[in-house]
Design a binder for this molecule. Structure first.
Ligand SMILES: [Zn+2]
Length: 240
């Protein structure tokens, strides 16, 4: 009946399936890492842009203040040339309001400086985080690539073992098994344990269980249509 050999082949096939599944996840994990890093980079970029904008604002305000102070100086220098009292009062008033405006400018600049300092801290932290993430990213990429290579090697070994095991099974049975593998989510042969099909959990009626133990004909699960075999068969195949 070759059921033990078929069960042993199924174990190898399950292992290969699992490895293929795990290997298939590697590109997804790489993409997730890249996305994560991209977000971090975008954050730092926007922080840097904000920082530069504030610096520009500060320079602009300082330049304005300087120009205004120059203008006041020039006006003050003119005061001595003034002939009439009326004009004198008007110029003094002009100087006074210009100075008042400049004090506001100075306060404004101080506020900007505080914001710059805050932003600088944020930016430094962001850059530090990014650097850490980059290193972590590189480490994980290397790890995943190594894992993928190890999978390839181990899988090649399993595929060789599968080929060896397949040689021991009659072709018609092997073909049936392969078709079932495809149709039944990678599980073609399944053991009956405690009277239950271990794939679909249906109870196998006692008469069928007796037939199974005889191992004379191929018996399929009445519910999930997989090849059934008596649990002892697998145990022997596993060598336990
Ligand atoms: Zn079943």
């Amino acid at each position: 009946m070759h059921l033990e050999k078929l069960a042993a082949l199924q174990i190898v096939d399950l292992k290969i399936q699992e490895m293929e599944r795990e290997k298939g996840e590697i590109p997804l994990r790489l993409a997730a890492l890249e996305e994560d890093l991209g977000k971090e980079e975008a954050t730092v970029l926007s922080q840097r842009a904000e920082f530069e904008k504030l610096q520009k604002e500060r320079r602009q305000k300082e330049k304005e203040l300087e120009e205004e102070m120059d203008r006041i100086k020039k006006t003050e220098a003119r005061v001595f040339e003034i002939k009439t009292n009326k004009e004198y009062q008007a110029v003094l008033k002009e100087i006074e309001s210009a100075k008042k405006l400049n004090r506001q400018r100075e306060e404004d600049i101080l506020g900007t400086l505080e914001r710059i300092e805050e932003m600088q801290k944020k930016l430094n932290n962001g850059e530090k985080n990014l650097e850490t993430k980059r290193k972590e990213f590189q480490r994980q990429i290397a790890e995943l690539k190594q894992k993928a290579a190890a999978f390839d090697q181990e899988m090649a070994g399993e595929v060789r073992e599968r080929q060896e095991r397949e040689k021991e099974i009659p072709l018609d049975l092997l073909n049936k098994y392969r078709r079932l593998l495809e149709k039944r989510q990678g599980v073609a042969i399944v053991k009956v344990q405690n009277g239950v099909c271990q794939a679909c959990n249906i109870n196998i009626r006692p008469q069928l269980q007796i037939e199974l133990q005889k191992q004379e004909v191929l018996i399929m699960c009445p519910n999930c249509s997989r090849i059934l075999f008596w649990a002892n068969g697998l145990d022997k195949a596993k060598g336990t």
